[in-house]
Design a protein around this ligand. Structure first.
Ligand code: 5GP
Length: 234
């Protein structure tokens, strides 16, 4: 499978067409951005690590019966994926308070939540990906009610599977962001799941093993991603 045309370049990934109209190549870059791209940098070999971590996670989720866009890993930085039409929502699942939720509700970082929470943000860089509710989603036609039922069910189910997956690796899944796509009339998991898109804390110590190390200049960023890769590959 070869890359033909570049059809999209985002902050962390590039998408290329292939000779198969139903399949794309997703290429992982080392570029890192935070705070709606106000902070930019690179994390050495992040693309290689995230490609491997995301591949492992997609394989695990597929084994749990979750439909995903992942076909197979092609090379260090490339995976073959199903072509989808992305639902323009970031779906955020939280198990503990961190990041935006702390600022929104005045919670301490790490505060327990009585149940997992779901949030939806409208994928729109110019607006800074604003939080939206299901009425906004319906009013703007971003997804149908039927799609939202599927997306919410899948997101909560993925959360349960990933919590168990990471717990075995001595990692607590604090929160994460998902994106879904439409493919042949169905909703499937798309994008990536990696330390770029999750908050992962070492069980017991709470040490951060994710992109917050970049966002907050905590140092040892590459080492943290490498450690996640080492554990998911073990
Ligand atoms: P927060 O809303 O607290 O900033 O982020 C919640 C979770 O979703 C975190 O795990 C964060 O990494 C992820 N997340 C939210 N928005 C984005 C985004 O635009 N890009 C990436 N890579 N992750 C995001």
């Amino acid at each position: 499978m070869n890359k033909i045309d570049k059809i999209y370049e985002g902050k962390a990934k590039i998408l290329y067409t292939t000779q198969d109209p139903d399949l794309l190549i997703q290429y992982f870059k080392d570029d890192a951005t935070a705070f709606n791209a106000a902070k930019k940098g690179t994390i050495h070999e992040k693309g290689i690590m995230n490609n491997r971590i995301a591949a492992k996670i997609f394989e695990y989720l597929a084994g749990c019966g979750i439909p995903t866009h992942f076909e197979r890993q092609l090379s260090d930085r490339e995976m073959l994926i199903k072509k989808v039409s992305i639902v323009p929502l970031e779906v955020i699942v939280r198990n503990r308070a961190a990041g935006t939720l702390c600022r929104l509700l005045g919670l301490a970082e790490g505060a327990a939540l009585a149940c997992p929470t779901l949030e939806f943000c409208y994928k729109n860089d110019a607006l800074g990906d604003p939080l939206v509710n299901e009425y906004h989603i319906r009013a703007l036609g971003l997804a149908t009610d039927e799609e939202m039922t599927k997306i919410s069910g899948l997101a909560l189910s993925i959360n349960g599977h990933l919590q168990a997956f990471f717990r075995k690796l001595n990692i607590e899944l604090i929160d994460f962001k998902l994106e879904f796509g439409r493919a042949k009339g169905d909703i499937i998991l798309a994008d990536e799941i990696s330390p770029d898109t999750c908050r992962l804390w070492e069980l017991g110590t709470g040490e951060k093993l994710d992109k917050d190390r970049f966002r907050r200049d905590l140092g040892n960023i590459e080492e943290a991603y490498q450690e996640v890769l080492r554990r998911v590959s073990a």
